[in-house]
Design a protein around this ligand. Structure first.
Ligand SMILES: Cc1ncc(COP(=O)(O)O)c(C=O)c1O
Length: 406
């Protein structure tokens, strides 16, 4: 079924904004997506009529907030097709989820000399926590190269494994190249070698349905603000047997079973990993966001984004002064590019004056920039509310930037 984009747009109040007297054309969705009324209203409703701290109170409002918070966890579990809501930990975002795994799993399961495989196209959030573990515990980072289009050679991946390989940490969809690694095959190869696989799903989750059981990944993290939800919230899926075997990441209220002056014992997952007052309103907002996505039919949202991507890729390929990074035909709606002779910051500034918001920089992917031989790129990224008419304005603005800078 084709998507009623006008009806989708009507649910995002910010899209009616003007910048510099021009209609806002928001193509910075890989950095953060805008929010539908379903999320805005739900968060407002919590604060106006359903708010208290969770899990602690015996009074009506605390029970209501606790029920809503736990329902949000059930929504996230459904969104990822997890076997149980107990496998879903609320985090403060994608970065926080990765630090949780690196610290908790790292402490319990990784020793000096153990190897972690990372791809060169990881976001710094899925690199730096592993570097910290390298510095602290002496784990060894092994790097999986990708083609210029971000395609992974499974034979080269397989060849990286040794008896010391304990974990693969891989993006679900590159925030620069837009390509999506073959997670199911990569998980099977990791498991053949008795290694675990962690997926950074921060970009992937908004661009198509995810089934963590079918993929058979051990951990999968995503962030609220890229799936039309609020900032300050994310979720980590982990197989329950693994979560049960992992020590807490942070200490505080809620994550304990019993505290004495001599000792402490810990709560079961997921609460073991949610120390202190959690981001209650944000978690309920995330629940509303994933419910909203599921109600729209995620595959329809995705098909529309793919048609926008195809349109842009075809148009930009025809312009010989544009360099495109990531041309896998199956790529997601993330288009990184440079204009010959122009700095991407200048390109972004000129586009901004036409009302078009794109990102420019290294996109928190400095190893990938080194691999591609650039210091920075511009990046347009699409969401379900973008239109083909917006793409036309974007391309015209690019031509203007080329005339001024190229
Ligand atoms: C691929 C990828 N991983 C991780 C992150 C970090 O997520 P968060 O902003 O929630 O910390 C981002 C955000 O840009 C991302 O694109």
């Amino acid at each position: 079924m084709s998507l009623d984009v006008a009806a989708i747009r009507a649910q995002f109040p910010i899209l009616a904004s003007e910048v510099y007297d021009k209609p806002l054309i928001y193509l910075d969705n890989a950095a953060s997506a805008q929010k539908p009324l379903a999320v805005i209203d739900r968060m407002n409703e919590v604060m106006t009529s359903g708010y208290a701290n969770v899990h602690r109170g015996l009074h009506y409002m605390s029970n209501k907030a606790t029920t809503d918070y736990e329902r949000a966890r059930e929504s996230v579990a459904r969104f990822l097709a997890a076997a149980s809501p107990d496998e879903i930990i609320f985090t403060m975002g994608g970065t926080d989820a990765m630090n949780l795994v690196a610290n908790s799993l790292g402490v319990e399961h990784l020793q000096k000399g153990d190897e972690v495989i990372l791809s060169v196209m990881e976001h710094h959030s899925n690199i730096v926590p592993w570097h910290l573990l390298r510095e602290r515990n002496g784990v060894v980072l092994k790097w999986l190269d990708v083609t210029d289009d971000g395609v992974i050679d499974l034979a080269a991946y397989r060849a990286l494994f040794t008896e010391k390989t304990k974990l693969v940490a891989i993006t679900g969809l590159s925030n620069v190249l837009g390509c999506a690694p073959p997670l199911k095959e990569m998980a099977a190869i990791a498991h053949e070698h008795d290694a675990l696989i962690f997926v950074d799903g921060c970009q992937k989750s908004v661009h198509g349905p995810v089934d963590v059981q079918d993929l058979d990944v051990d951990f999968y993290a995503f962030t609220g603000h890229k799936v039309y939800g609020p900032t300050g919230i994310g979720a980590l899926y982990g197989k329950l047997n693994l979560l049960n075997s992992m020590p807490p990441y942070r200490g505080g209220g809620e994550m304990i079973d019993r505290v004495t002056m001599e000792n402490v014992t810990y709560n079961d997952p997921p609460h073991r990993f949610e120390a202190g007052t959690p981001p209650i309103i944000e978690a309920i907002g995330l629940g509303a966001a994933v419910e909203w996505m599921m109600a729209q039919n995620i595959s329809d949202l995705c098909a529309h984004e793919q048609s926008l991507t195809q349109n842009v890729m075809e148009t930009l390929t025809g312009l010989n002064w544009i360099n495109l990074y990531g041309q896998d035909p199956a790529k997601g709606p993330v288009v990184a590019f440079n204009i010959d002779g122009a700095h991407p910051h200048d390109v972004s500034t000129i586009l901004d004056r036409s009302g078009v918001a794109v990102r420019a920089g290294h996109h928190c992917c400095q190893p990938l920039m080194t691999r591609l031989g650039v210091t920075a790129t511009a990046r347009a990224s699409f969401a379900a509310y973008n239109t083909h008419e917006e793409i036309e304005v974007f391309v015209e603005a690019l031509k203007k930037a080329h005339n001024m800078l190229g």
